[in-house]
Design a protein. Structure first.
Length: 387
């Protein structure tokens, strides 16, 4: 499979993050401590962090905190520690994030208006993720002064939109998040990706597939630019599904193929079967049924190896349905009968019942008993004929 083509969004993201990565070691050697701390602070703020993706930000945070203390730069120290709380939130470590926010208020009581806004917003976002909606609303209501100019300014809107979305206030969330997106600077890669994904979800709930696809694909492109490959696998799966529905099978298959290749480097056992099924559906839409069947068989083997009985039986049924769409009833029966035999060997009684029910549907609801019996007899006769 050829890789998904690069885009302007992806290239811009990659160039920006590459610059951040390169500047830190250069300034470590060439700059004064003050200059180095400034570059380190910028890299910490704008290099994105994702839950399961390796990042240099952890090491930078430790280094910057020590240097901030050495230089007695309490403003930078506040920035570094607030960013650490956000990183903990990204990793779903909500207790640690709230504890860090509390330590900041205790040890740095005289926060600037910008830092105080960021502190309050971050606390509200953590509370939203914990579904403590009333406390999150109360926290946001504490922001009584205008947000400062710069990259912090849109964050209250982001927090408000997240709260509305989690509280199922979808219409309000869509408006708030789109306004936030229009104000977020490109450098806030981490925030723009999450807001794009959230807006995409809003459009999904409104059954607006084209706009959902546009938002999710922008997020996917930024993730590729950030080399967040684990996240890319998930987004390729989501975007590819929309492309199937839009009739762009070539585009969908390119994304699924890339995601499967990435899954070999960054294993995600729960996603690989889903990717193979999605690829099969796209191939079937292209009329490539045998290739689709092969993809589903691989998914079935993965589910069997995982002991996922429900996944396994659903794959057998999917293959049978693919053959039935081609009116290849003999192969549909063969795969169902084979599945019954395997389920019998493994003592999967429930699986046997499900597959036999599909065989009965093929016999009684599709072919009729006489035609079905004749087909099975012909299959038996074929196996007895000398080759």
């Amino acid at each position: 499979m050829k890789p998904a083509p690069s885009s302007a969004i992806e290239e811009r993201t990659r160039a920006f993050l590459t610059e951040l990565l390169m500047n830190v070691p250069i300034m470590r050697v060439q700059g004064t401590p003050e200059e180095y701390l400034a570059f380190l602070e910028r890299a910490i703020l704008f290099h994105p962090v994702f839950q399961d993706t390796p990042t240099p930000v952890d090491g930078w945070l430790t280094e910057a905190e020590e240097l901030s203390r050495t230089l007695n730069r309490l403003d930078t120290l506040a920035t570094i520690r607030l960013r650490r709380a956000v990183v903990q939130m990204r990793r779903l470590d909500y207790g640690a994030a709230l504890a860090e926010l509390e330590r900041i208020r205790q040890s740095l009581p005289h926060l600037s208006p910008a830092h105080l806004t960021w502190h309050t917003v971050t606390r509200a976002r953590v509370l939203t993720r914990q579904h403590q909606f009333d406390d999150a609303r109360k926290a946001l209501s504490e922001i009584t002064f205008p947000p400062p100019e710069g990259w912090i300014a849109p964050l209250p809107l982001v927090a408000q939109g997240e709260l509305e979305l989690e509280a199922n206030e979808v219409d309000a969330a869509g408006k708030t998040l789109q306004r936030a997106l229009s104000l977020l600077p490109f450098e806030l890669v981490e925030e723009r990706i999450q807001v794009l994904q959230s807006i995409g979800f809003v459009f999904i709930t409104k059954a607006n597939a084209p706009k959902a696809l546009d938002c999710l694909d922008q997020a996917r492109q930024m993730l590729r630019g950030a080399a967040a490959w684990i996240e890319v696998v998930q987004m390729n799966l989501a975007v590819g599904g929309f492309l199937i529905a839009a009739g762009d099978q070539a585009g969908a298959q390119t994304l699924f193929g890339e995601a499967l290749e990435l899954s070999q480097q960054y294993p995600q056992p729960h996603l690989e079967p889903l990717l193979r099924v999605a690829l099969a559906r796209s191939m079937a839409a292209d009329g490539r049924v045998e290739e689709a069947v092969d993809a589903v068989l691989k998914a079935a083997k993965l589910y069997a190896a995982q002991g996922n009985v429900v996944g396994y039986v659903s794959m057998i049924v999917l293959i049978a349905n693919l053959y039935m769409q081609q009116t290849n009833y003999a192969e549909a029966y063969r795969i169902l009968a084979t599945g019954v035999a395997i389920a019998k060997q493994r003592n999967w009684a429930a699986v046997q019942d499900v597959l036999r029910a599909h065989i009965n549907r093929l016999r009684d609801g599709v072919l009729g008993p006489a035609r079905f019996d004749a087909m099975v007899q012909e299959m038996i006769d074929q196996t007895r004929r000398p080759s």
